[in-house]
Write a protein that binds this ligand. Structure first.
Ligand code: URA
Length: 269
């Protein structure tokens, strides 16, 4: 057999095989085909499926300046775009051992509040009290957060409160990047289900993690960013307000912007 003909028939076989594969994928409801390529300094590079399926934001702005408003899409995993209920998400987390934070955990802190909330608060991770009770923001910071919510004319039960990581980091240290990247998928699913009108990130850790930015809290706060079509405000963590009472005024200004967006009556000065 001549070599050209053999290449031809091999190619034909590959194309047929690919066609069958794509038809099968389509019959399974897949609408797009992942191409496992990544742009690098040295041109396009083929990456493994595992790497490709790591949740990456669809649009990350590099070279952000401090004044920028960040617009970002929910990090998507092509095979995981279903809207799960909060119960299903909790079930998927299970008795989690995905990262080392499970080792020191008493209770996993999933989240708490109204599943139909217009407003979602996202903190960093559970502290000691939260770990003991299995509920977010129930310690000193939580009491201050409750006061803030009430000052906004809402009740705690009206909003939804959760964290980037669901297990307490030892000695309340900042969660490590790998702990956040392991756990954040559940936060994204919680937000996807609740579909709030506004998300408030409490503190730099939650903000940097969701907005994929290294910008300072001071430069991020005070204006709406966009997360997957939802307005997102960054403000000081209640623990920072307890340490530095002079942050209370700007934090309250941030909450007034949120109140305005939600159509809540603003206090008369
Ligand atoms: N700090 C957080 O970031 N989250 C909590 O749930 C409690 C304190």
């Amino acid at each position: 057999m001549n070599t050209d003909m053999s290449i031809d028939s091999n190619l034909k076989e590959i194309v047929e095989e690919l066609k069958r594969y794509l038809e099968f994928q389509e019959s399974m409801g897949l609408k797009t085909v992942p191409a496992y390529n990544k742009e690098t300094e040295n041109g396009t590079q083929l990456i493994t499926e595992k790497e490709a399926l790591r949740t990456e934001p669809m649009a990350t702005k590099n070279n952000q300046t401090e004044e920028d408003i960040i617009i970002i899409e929910e990090p998507v995993n092509l095979f995981d775009t279903k809207i799960m209920t909060l119960e299903e998400i909790r079930e998927e987390i299970g008795d989690c051992i995905r990262c080392k934070l499970h080792e020191g955990r008493t209770n996993l802190v999933f989240g708490d509040g109204n599943p139909k909330a217009k407003l979602v608060f996202v903190g960093e991770g559970p502290g000691r009290d939260e770990d003991m009770q299995g509920k977010p923001f129930v310690g000193r910071s939580g009491k201050l957060l409750t006061k803030i919510i009430e000052a906004m004319g809402l009740k705690r039960e009206d909003v939804y409160i959760c964290n980037v990581v669901k297990c307490r980091p030892p000695d309340n240290r900042t969660p490590e990047p790998n702990e956040m990247s392991t756990c954040e998928q559940f936060l994204f699913k919680q937000i996807r289900f609740i579909k709030p009108e506004v998300i408030v990130c409490l503190g730099a850790t939650a903000a940097k993690s969701i907005l994929r930015t290294k910008a300072s809290l001071g430069s991020l706060r005070g204006k709406f960013h966009m997360y997957s079509g939802t307005k997102l405000m960054v403000t000081y963590h209640p623990a920072a307000l307890l340490r530095n009472p002079h942050f209370k005024k700007p934090a309250w200004e941030d909450m007034q912007v949120v109140m305005k967006e939600l159509g809540l009556p603003l206090p008369k000065n």
